[in-house]
Design a binder for this molecule. Structure first.
Ligand code: SF4
Length: 72
């Protein structure tokens, strides 16, 4: 389906986990806070869920096609 990714930079702890796991979706900005790349690669939902669950700051929200936040 392809969840949309939203990052709350106030919660990002700059661990780099998401950037290491999926550099086609996540990158660091100039302040070493995660952001999405401009034209992100489409990852399958299970992989995105795993990345979001592994974020130590719980900074990654996943939105479904209707814009609703996915619980994980
Ligand atoms: S995994 Fe979470 S805390 Fe780590 S860089 Fe990504 S958004 Fe930030």
């Amino acid at each position: 389906m392809g969840y949309h990714v939203r990052i709350d930079q106030d919660l990002c702890m700059s661990s780099g986990k998401c950037v290491a796991d999926a550099p086609g979706v996540f990158r660091f900005d100039g302040d070493e806070l995660a952001e999405t790349v401009p034209d992100p690669e489409v990852l399958d939902d299970e992989r995105l869920l795993a990345i979001a669950r592994n974020c130590p700051g719980r900074a990654i929200a996943l939105l479904d096609a209707d814009g609703n936040e996915v619980a994980y």
